[in-house]
Design a protein around this ligand. Sequence first.
Ligand code: NAD
Length: 497
Amino acid sequence: MTAIVQHWCDGKAFAGDSSATAPVTNPATGVVTANVALASVEDARTVIAAAADAFPEWRDTSLAKRTAVLFRFRELLNERKEELAAIITAEHGKVLSDALGEISRGQEVVEFACGISHLLKGGYTENASTNVDIHSVHQPLGPVAIISPFNFPAMVPMWFFPIAIAAGNTVVVKPSEKDPSASIWLAELWKEAGLPDGVFNVLQGDKTAVDELLTNKSIKAVSFVGSTPIAQYVYATGTANGKRVQALGGAKNHAIILPDADLDLAADAMVNAGFGSAGERCMAISVAVAVGDIADDLVAKITERATTIVTGDGTTNADMGPLVTKAHRDKVAGYVDAGEKAGATVVLDGRTVEADGGADGFWLGPTLFDNVTPDMSIYTDEIFGPVLSVVRVDTYDEALDLINNNPYGNGTAIFTNDGGAARRFGNEVEVGMVGINVPIPVPMAYYSFGGWKASLFGDSHAHGTEGIHFFTRTKAITTRWLDPSHGGINLGFPQNA
Ligand code: NAD
């Protein structure tokens, strides 16, 4: 019998009442390895209630005790991250080194949250009015929901839950149905670290689970990461139900390569950022904009490197794994068909890849298009696969216009040795995360992660000080200790005195 990946509720596995499930597949073999429970509304309410019940005690647990649990969680995660990486590779398909990389980036946020005591300090003003003092405090919101995509089953939840928990909130994580087991492993680790039951919960499911999280009165805030149409829906529905929402959406990240760039460095970067994790990264570079007469050389250098990439099972020495599902593999291959039909030059064709993996794996090799124009669907759409498009332009201004006219604004990069051009780009480009000779400029945990335009709905980016702000609310407390000189009735509006 195929195992069922269950929910995690109040410190233990929870089967729920719903008999609905979805298959979980190993993308490198095509074999269904488990089925994931899909919550009913009642199941979702049970899990949310556990988070609500645990909130008062966790909120009142001292900062010293809360952060002690985080330190233990960090140590356990660091010791045992190989176990989690194996789970990620088995359900997502990315190679093990990449799975370890995503865990390390998530761990950075745990480390950031270990120091939350400093960041939760409020302000204090003595004698704001005569014998009147004011101070401010940052308090947790209550139970919060984290809804995550398939492509980072560990890192994306970790962008949010360390800060939410350290700040005194309780959490319900709703993982992607495609790779649901990483969240359960993390839940077990929290228990081992000593987190009280009910503070960290996992709700498996689809739209039914998400809709309950968006409308249930107990949930005070929602952090979502996924595609733009769903991000927009989550933002609209969550805010209409009175919740604080940050909803991170899709991307179409461009890199500009100026004529003075180091073309070897730029070609390395295009290959790493275009084909790493089979292009299933929201910070992947999917468009290389070659400025001036360097395009032929750049394409040659990318081709030379990309042909050495071994596509195969992520548990072997392959460089690039399969796509997450057969349906997604076929959708990406459909874009390759469309690009060819639209007249782009197919320089490398991933459809013919001979992968080092199972015959039924969801394989597509690195694909490189040249002479791509902005009207083609391979340019306009987020493909989310190992497909890199080269667009040729004459000037920096044309390249900048391409980016600023794009509906997305997640990440971008410029490759140049001209400091003035780089500085101008940093200033003018309408994108949330910018790399100067850095292809995937994911900020460290103490900065905040987030895009602009259709890549983020809401006003708070993930982690860093914006994360602290998102998971707390501020209260200003005005104090006067009784003094006979301040007695007497005065119906006027309080004024400074
Ligand atoms: P997705 O939008 O299909 O799913 C994301 C989450 O929403 C999942 O938990 C899923 O169960 C849920 N969901 C799906 N359909 C829903 C519906 N109709 N109603 C309610 N909930 C629904 O995204 P995905 O395919 O899992 O992930 C890939 C996408 O995520 C890409 O677009 C990628 O760019 C984006 N992404 C963005 C960032 C970022 O930081 N901006 C990071 C990672 C991934």
